[in-house]
Design a binder for this molecule. Structure first.
Ligand SMILES: Nc1ncnc2c1ncn2[C@@H]1O[C@H](COP(=O)(O)OP(=O)(O)OP(=O)(O)O)[C@@H](O)[C@H]1O
Length: 357
């Protein structure tokens, strides 16, 4: 059914600005810098629907955008353009996301559970089960920064499956655990599937994908190359990877740099125009397609740059704060400074250092 979905992403893109320093990033945020910054489009228009109870696999070579789309769906990062509708609570298990390094395992369990809306009493009840599932011994009271990647994954997985999310997103988290833990996770995922939960499963292991997924989406250098039946998509992907492996080092490099160059030079305006034209061709009667496409592209996105109004407001607040600080330091009353503005730079009292007149 068209409307009976758990996750829907339409024409989703993600642009990164490749700043060299933090100050360059800050200057750009306040639109203070005119220096052009190289751009990279990690996603160039992904459209995907995931049904309730479905386990959707995400495959693709390194850097193709699997984690980016998973993070957008789980709300960790915003999309640059496009429509994202997620119906339910998500919980993501990823090697590099979700855990605070300076907090202990136990503190992370509490924090993540609180963020998921659980009460302290519910967390106290769940804590022993989560700790038992993670099976990381005394490390549970150590800061997460001291954990190995396998231990992080164990803890992340244990938390994610116990807080009972509607949508479980597993991003490469099974690849770092040992065999026993891997089996435990597979059993838990199978249990989740049997309960009718929705799962997004990112993996480089086609064996895992084939064992667990109902459908698979192949993300290829920021684009959705193929989506469909697990066997069909994995077989096409295998063909591609076998073809790629046979290339010489130079050919591989050429292929990858051509793809990356497309991602650097992607134009969101041209993409929007293309989508509009395609939809107009499919439905020539409809008059409002450009407006609908525009709304889908920009209707639910948060700008990562400050708008002109916000910039003006920020400057106004800053000026007022500085003014009041100066009035305070000058020692004059506000009325006095308003009547006599120059007095703001002539303090009402002079500091005398000890031993001086
Ligand atoms: N914060 C960022 N700033 C700049 N570029 C980024 C950032 N995060 C991701 N990228 C780029 O976006 C592209 C997609 O990254 P992503 O991590 O989504 O790929 P992936 O398919 O999950 O890769 P892998 O299989 O290696 O985990 C990569 O080229 C990556 O370098």
């Amino acid at each position: 059914m068209e409307n009976d979905y758990k996750v829907k992403v339409e024409n989703v893109t993600k642009e990164y600005e490749l700043f060299k320093t933090q100050s360059e990033k800050l200057r750009s945020f306040f639109s203070l810098s005119k220096k052009p910054v190289p751009h990279f489009w990690s996603l160039m228009g992904i459209t995907l629907t995931i049904q309730p109870g479905e386990t959707m696999g995400l495959i693709g070579v390194n850097g193709s955008g699997k984690s980016t789309i998973s993070n957008i769906i789980s709300g960790i990062i915003p999309q640059t353009t496009g429509y994202v509708d997620v119906r339910g609570e998500t919980s993501i298990v990823a090697i590099h996301a979700g855990l605070r390094s300076n907090l202990t395992g136990r503190e992370n369990i509490r924090l993540k559970s609180l963020m998921q809306g659980l009460t302290n009493e519910e967390i106290d009840e769940l804590m022993p089960d989560i700790i038992a599932f993670a099976d990381i011994g005394d490390f549970v009271d150590q800061p997460v920064k001291s954990y190995s990647s396998g231990m992080r994954s164990r803890l992340g997985f244990a938390i994610a499956v116990h807080i009972n999310p509607d949508i479980l997103i597993i991003d490469e988290a099974l690849s770092v655990g040992d065999d026993t833990f891997y089996q435990k996770c597979v059993d838990k995922i199978t249990e989740f599937k049997a309960e009718g939960k929705t799962i997004i499963f990112v993996s480089h292991s086609l064996k895992q994908i084939e064992m667990l997924c109902d459908r698979v989406a192949w993300i290829n250098y920021g684009e959705l190359k193929m989506v469909g039946d697990t066997k069909e998509v994995t077989s096409q992907y295998r063909e591609f990877t076998q073809w790629f492996k046979k290339l010489s080092k130079k050919e591989k490099h050429k292929f990858e740099s051509e793809r990356k160059s497309i991602q650097k030079n992607f134009s969101i305006q041209n993409y929007q125009k293309k989508v509009t034209e395609q939809e107009q061709a499919a439905n020539p009667e409809a008059k409002d397609i450009p407006a609908k496409v525009h709304k889908r592209f920009y209707g639910s996105v948060i700008s990562e740059k400050m708008s002109v109004w916000n910039q003006l407001l920020t400057w106004a607040v800053l000026i007022v704060v500085v003014f009041f600080c100066l009035v305070n330091v000058s020692g004059h009353s506000l009325e006095h400074v308003i009547d006599n503005p120059v007095s703001i730079v002539h303090p009402s009292h002079t500091l005398h250092l000890p031993g001086t007149e």
